[in-house]
Design a protein around this ligand. Structure first.
Ligand code: ADP
Length: 438
């Protein structure tokens, strides 16, 4: 039990000891010697306690202090309690540091602690992966010797860290990282590198998209404003010119309308929340209506178009979306095949489930374009595509519809021989007309 130290008690004890020794000295007739002996005895006792304390502090493995009486007992206990308190604090600090490190390892960003001289103090696991740092080999090395991107070095040395910088990752040039430096504590810095590849790709896509849409709308608008100005400046224009201007403006207005409609269709499909497995689509009936439209579009081109449709196969899906996918492929074949070609449309079972294909014997598409055909606004021959009213969005719409229905577009084409655009649906999505009725 803790016994508080009383200086009065201790002093009384010492004085009592000396009084007793001197009284004994008087008794034997040597009071001075008795006083000197008592003082020497006290000195030796204190020295023994000091040696004991020194041995305990430096040489003993024991945690508890040696036994001692009086003031020395209090000093030993005081040191023991102080040590115990420090040990507990060290333990708490260790747990705190471990938790902090575990937390930083779980960060979704690369984190590096840097000292005032730019040397690495600590880094997390992602910093090792994303920035190529080694732990613990790179401790004490300068960060600008390890991340050698000129833009990063300039940012690091400028010392102005209010805005982040965006540069490619030192370990993978296809990745984009955003670096932030945060000063803290005693001239230390926390460097955070965040992977923003997806974000910057999306931003680039958004910019390209806006640029493409503006470009597509500008051409017809320029033509229309030109004609409108001409009509205003020359009110007595011959009837023939007025009719031509009217026809041309109508074509351009239709182009703009179809572009806007396709853009709306694309965004509708992209944001579609309609469930695929909810409704049965009567594909043979759908293809029959598209066939009528195809024949009317084919009047000028004079192709031979044949439809080979298995009347028993219907499927789960979103009808408006599927109509758009089927008709885009069929109308493309009509538009891009030179006059008098042969086009075959098929809807038949195959090993996977069912396959839809449109084959033509047109000019075909060169290999380098095939992978890019489903990109928005991508056209092999811009001038020719515009003439057919194409915006370059058709195949992009098809791609999205198919991905919504768990399928993908297969394109095979040979220059001079023709092309085939096809896709398959799995057995799970296909339903037999008889099954659907029951
Ligand atoms: P567009 O609206 O211009 O038709 P698409 O996305 O539907 O755009 O098609 C992209 C490009 O693919 C077209 O511009 C055309 O060059 C090419 N293409 C599509 N279908 C065919 C086909 N059957 N034969 C040849 N080229 C085709």
């Amino acid at each position: 039990m803790y016994n508080p130290f009383s200086w009065l008690k201790s002093l009384t004890r010492i004085i009592g000891f000396f009084v007793l020794s001197v009284a004994l000295g008087f008794y034997v007739g040597e009071p001075l010697w008795a006083f000197a002996l008592a003082a020497g005895f006290l000195l030796i006792i204190n020295y023994i306690y000091l040696v004991q304390l020194n041995n305990w502090l430096w040489h003993s493995k024991k945690i508890t202090p040696p036994d001692a009486k009086g003031i020395w007992g209090h000093i030993y206990d005081g040191i023991y309690y102080m040590q115990r308190r420090n040990r507990n604090k060290r333990k708490q600090l260790g747990t705190l540091i471990r938790r902090f490190r575990e937390g930083s390892e779980a960060l979704p960003d690369a984190a590096v602690v840097i000292d005032a001289g730019g040397h690495i103090v600590w880094c997390n696991r992602l910093a090792r992966i994303e920035l190529g740092l080694s732990w613990p080999e790179d401790v004490e090395r300068r960060i600008d010797n390890l991340i050698r991107h000129p833009e990063f070095i300039a940012f690091f040395n400028a010392g102005k860290y209010d805005a982040p910088i965006v540069v490619e990752s030192p370990t993978n040039l296809d990745k984009t990282l955003e670096y932030r430096m945060m000063p803290y504590g005693d001239q230390h810095y926390l460097l955070i590198a965040r992977d923003i590849t997806q974000l910057s790709q999306l931003e680039q896509m958004r910019k390209d998209f806006v640029a493409n849409v503006s470009h597509e709308l500008r051409t017809p608008l320029t033509v229309m404003t030109g004609y409108l100005e001409m009509l205003k400046d020359a009110p007595d224009m011959p009837e023939m010119f007025v009719t031509k201007a009217h026809d041309e403006m109508e074509i351009q207005a239709t182009r703009m309308q179809s572009l806007v409609e396709q853009l709306l269709a694309l965004s509708r499909i992209e944001a579609s929340t309609e469930r695929v497995y909810e409704k049965i689509v009567d594909v043979p009936a759908l293809l029959a209506t598209i066939e009528v439209e195809a024949h009317s579009l084919n009047k000028e081109k004079g192709h031979t178009i044949s439809f080979d449709v298995d009347q028993s196969i219907v499927m789960y899906g979103v009808e408006t979306e599927l109509r758009s996918a089927f008709s885009n492929l069929i109308f493309n074949a009509i538009n891009y095949t030179p006059d008098g070609g042969e086009i075959k449309v098929a809807w038949c079972t195959n090993a996977i489930g069912v396959r839809f294909s449109v084959t033509d014997d047109g000019d075909g598409i060169a290999e380098e374009h095939l992978n890019r055909l489903t990109e928005r606004f991508y056209r092999v021959d811009k001038a020719r595509s515009r003439k057919t009213g194409g915006s370059g969005l058709g195949l992009s719409i098809v791609k999205h519809v198919l991905s919504h229905h768990n399928s993908r577009l297969e394109i095979s084409s040979k220059v001079g021989e023709g092309s085939e655009f096809a896709f398959s649906f799995s057995k799970q999505i296909v339903s037999n007309r008889i099954d659907a009725a029951s």
